[in-house]
Design a protein. Structure first.
Length: 110
């Protein structure tokens, strides 16, 4: 009769999803969520719909190369929108870099 495995070797962890796959799933869920809110906004006149459709499109562009190309073409044709989008992206990137710097400084102090 074979020996039973010990509790240490019998414990198998489920394989973790990669960060890119988790982000892709999260972005797809957010895109669907914002599109649903946009549809609700069409049905309820008081609720805005354009903002939700745009947010859904931006999150979908992070997942789908076809949508990403369409968004780039749109931004190329509309320079004012492209400028606003670049400022928005730069602002978010700046916040993330500042957060990383603060975490590094905190880790160095420990």
């Amino acid at each position: 009769m074979p020996a039973l495995p010990s509790t240490e070797t019998a414990h198998h962890e489920a394989p973790r999803k990669s960060r890119a796959r988790r982000n892709k799933t999260r972005n797809l869920v957010l895109a669907i969520f914002f599109f649903i809110l946009g549809i609700i906004g069409v049905l309820i006149p008081v609720m805005p719909q354009v903002i939700f459709f745009v947010m859904g499109l931006l999150f979908l562009s992070l997942v789908s190369p076809t949508v990403r190309r369409a968004v780039r073409r749109f931004l190329h044709r509309h320079p004012k929108m492209a400028h606003a989008y670049k400022r928005w992206r730069h602002k978010g990137r700046k916040k993330r870099l500042e957060l990383i710097r603060r975490r590094k400084a905190l880790a160095d102090r420990l």
